[in-house]
Design a protein around this ligand. Structure first.
Ligand code: PRP
Length: 183
């Protein structure tokens, strides 16, 4: 679906699918250059990263293997507690691999700080992070991000993989959710 299909649920479109695609073209070119001659392994973090993984990987001009993790925050409903439970681990041994973690969004940074430390301990040749969106004003811990699509305001955003109560992931654009939807 596109933003006009659910315009009553959005207060603003932050980035259209065309803008996202154009930015991903630039990032893919950077990644191609940075990993030239290296065997790249992309790791997507379910569920939100499905869209960016599918689009970014197809824009690369070189081979890239893919694997997936599913994680969940510990805590009584406290998303981003910083301690994550691995619901589905990788199928791939990271030893000696050049790993690029692909995420839809970095919000507080707590999830990725934990995950990157966990993966770095598995002996990769290199490890880096790509995030389509980042909320600088929400960051609670620093996370080293090699490739960022867009820095966005600290609003409730949906689309391009990001959901509210399981909906809006399949919105092609990134929009700000109207407060009446969740209040
Ligand atoms: C999102 C995103 C990151 C995490 C970032 O996942 O994909 O994994 O939140 O948040 P943080 O920076 O505050 O730690 P979410 O928990 O919404 O799961 P989902 O991808 O399945 O929607």
């Amino acid at each position: 679906m596109d933003a006009p299909d659910i315009s009553a649920d959005l207060t603003e479109v932050l980035y259209s699918s065309d803008q996202i695609s154009a930015r991903l073209d630039e990032i893919a070119a950077q990644i191609d250059a940075d990993y030239a001659g290296k065997d790249l392994l992309l790791i997507g973090v379910l569920n939100g990263a499905v869209m960016v993984m599918a689009d970014l990987s197809r824009k690369l001009k070189t081979h890239a293997a893919m694997d997936w993790m599913a994680i969940s925050s510990y805590g009584a409903g406290t998303k981003s507690s910083g301690v994550v439970r691995i619901l589905k681990d990788l199928s791939t041994d990271l030893t000696g691999r050049h790993v690029l973690v692909v995420e839809d969004i970095i919000d507080t940074g707590l999830t990725l700080a934990y995950l990157m430390q966990n993966l770095a301990g598995r002996g990769p040749a290199s490890i880096a992070l790509m995030a389509m969106f980042r909320k600088p004003l929400a960051m609670k811990t620093p996370v080293d991000v090699a490739y960022v699509g867009f820095d966005i305001p600290n609003d409730f955003v949906v689309g391009y993989g990001l959901d509210y109560a399981g909906r809006y992931r399949n919105l092609a654009d990134l929009g700000i959710l109207a407060p009446r939807v969740y209040s």
